[in-house]
Design a binder for this molecule. Structure first.
Ligand SMILES: [Zn+2]
Length: 277
């Protein structure tokens, strides 16, 4: 696990075990507001200990950007009595598939044995939710596309946008909606925050935000074309595996060995939808 400070009161924790997934802790006068937690128990407990030594163990609440397990499981390492805030669709998804995917994870890795699933107790399904903690304000609003339940957490004063997986080192839409993800990236461009904390990968700073978001949009447009071309040429699903990530302007480095597999899953999801008409 790596950590760095985004500002005086904002700590960012990044997993070195799973796809550079991020967790954020914002220190307020009323305790810590945690946004997402990492998947592996050891790393999550490390974050909790780190915060306790640095700033104490008072928590205000936790926010989940979406229901994917790599953001959810680590919550078990933090006080279970604090409110957990998310989109209503996130709560529904976790009630639906949370326990079964946790059981599956436990079977393949016994370190997940100590994880217990937390279900959001404060949710919103239309509009926005404003969360106040001491002198900090967090504006929560939908950023769908990666998943239907993904939300952004905008700290307006600081102009820091925590995007969950709406922004990540390689945009992933295999479990979501390609067109909505492009809309979401355009919306974030126009929101033009100072800083973006993405779901996976490094912090994106002012001068690079427009460039990086444009690169992600171009990537999504490119994989759509790749899927269309493959279909038109009557190519098999298997042949999609041969389309390199670099063809669509991204590099594998940020998400390591998983990069190519995620990229292929992206194209296949579009290919299958187009084929189904
Ligand atoms: Zn995700």
């Amino acid at each position: 696990m790596y950590w760095e400070r985004v500002s005086e009161e904002i700590y960012l924790f990044t997993s070195d075990r799973y796809a550079l997934v991020n967790s954020v802790a914002v220190v307020t006068q009323e305790g810590i507001v945690l946004v997402d937690a990492l998947p592996f128990p050891e790393e999550a407990k490390q974050i909790a200990r780190f915060l306790e030594v640095r700033v104490g163990a008072d928590y205000h609440s936790a926010i989940l950007t979406h229901h994917h397990m790599d953001h959810v499981y680590g919550l078990f390492a933090f006080p279970q009595t604090i409110d957990l805030v998310a989109h209503e669709l996130c709560r529904k998804k976790l009630l639906e598939v949370g326990q079964s995917s946790l059981d599956e994870a436990r079977q393949s890795d016994s370190t997940f044995a100590e994880v217990t699933l937390r279900i959001p107790n404060i949710t919103f399904d239309t509009g926005e939710l404003l969360l106040r903690a001491g002198n900090k304000r967090f504006r929560l609003f939908p950023l769908p596309g990666h998943t239907a339940d993904n939300i952004g957490v905008f700290m307006e004063e600081e102009e820091i946008l925590i995007t969950g997986d709406a922004v990540m080192a390689i945009p992933i839409i295999a479990d979501g909606d390609w067109a909505r993800e492009i809309e979401t990236l355009r919306y974030i461009k126009q929101l033009a925050p100072e800083t973006i904390v993405q779901g996976h990968g490094e912090v994106i700073l002012r001068g690079e935000i427009q460039i990086v978001l444009d690169r992600y949009i171009r990537y999504l447009e490119c994989i759509h074309k790749k899927a269309q071309t493959a279909l038109r040429q009557g190519r098999d699903r298997k042949e999609i595996w041969n389309i390199p990530l670099e063809d669509c302007g991204l590099e594998r480095v940020p998400l390591g060995i998983a990069s190519h597999r995620l990229h292929v899953a992206n194209i296949l999801s579009i290919y299958d939808k187009l084929r189904a008409g």
